[in-house]
Design a binder for this molecule. Structure first.
Ligand code: AP5
Length: 211
């Protein structure tokens, strides 16, 4: 089964992708996490991607599509949840072509619907562990100690693109480039709308009931 999590920045795609992995065994593919790993390794891909990510812009499609192709070629027969991909119509079309050649298809697309004021609070309050990748939120999901990761006591950091000026840019890019995917998948009868307001557990239960 191939699922896509679609929604604005901060709507909870990463959180729900991680739950689909830990509770239902899906392979969680987050293009954002993959790119951040390349950036911290300072690989050629990471160095290119960093310039775009810092500004809240999309990384060029050809780099992203090559990354996804690489994953699917190596293991085409897993249950996947894609989080943050596809991100525009061009990526969606390339994804469809790629899947078709492998005899696969996107089964369901979950659109996480959330108001801008909640999005901004979730993004500005997000803190992450640079060591294990655990995600917290100073408003909604505090670590036991204010500044340290519960898993390994590493000092938590704020993502560069969660700073106020970059958040505005990410929301603009989302509205211009990603939002049209809602119609794209609706026209293919694959779109399921999930209200992303509510606790993480409540959103997960809604998601599970639509699977
Ligand atoms: P990416 O990492 O994909 O960022 P994003 O889509 O902006 O999504 P986020 O990770 O910010 O949010 P999320 O929806 O996953 O929410 P989360 O669960 O973390 O991409 C980063 C950059 O990489 C892009 O800007 C672009 O440059 C590049 N990129 C990535 N993919 C690309 C692609 N396909 N093409 C081109 N470029 C690409 O939750 C957010 C916060 O809210 C957390 O603090 C969490 O604890 C909290 N939270 C989550 N759920 C709840 C809840 N139910 N209640 C209360 N709090 C909650």
């Amino acid at each position: 089964m191939i699922l896509v999590l679609l929604g604005p920045p901060g709507s909870g795609k990463g959180t729900q992708g991680a739950l689909l992995k830990s509770k239902l065994g899906f392979e969680h593919i987050s293009t954002g996490d993959m790119l951040r790993a390349e950036v911290s390794k300072k690989s050629p891909l990471g160095l290119k991607a960093e310039e775009y990510m810092k500004q809240g812009l999309l990384v060029p499609d050809d780099l992203i599509i090559a990354m996804i192709k690489n994953i699917l070629i190596q293991a085409p027969n897993k249950n996947y949840v894609f989080d943050g991909f596809p991100r525009n119509v061009n990526q969606a079309e390339a994804f469809e072509t790629m899947l078709n050649t492998m005899g696969l298809q996107v089964d369901k697309v979950f659109y996480f619907d959330l108001d801008d004021d909640v999005i901004i609070k979730r993004l500005s309050g997000r803190r992450v562990c640079p060591k294990c990748g655990a995600t917290y939120n100073i408003y909604y999901q505090k670590p036991k100690n204010d500044t340290l990761c519960d898993n390994d006591a590493t000092p938590l950091i704020q993502r560069d693109d969660d700073k106020e000026e970059v958040i505005a840019n990410r929301l603009r890019v989302y509205k211009e480039q990603t939002f049209p995917l809602i119609e794209y998948y609706k026209s293919k009868n694959k779109l399921f709308v999930v209200s992303a307001d509510g606790t993480q557990e409540e959103v997960f239960e809604k998601l599970k009931s639509m699977l």
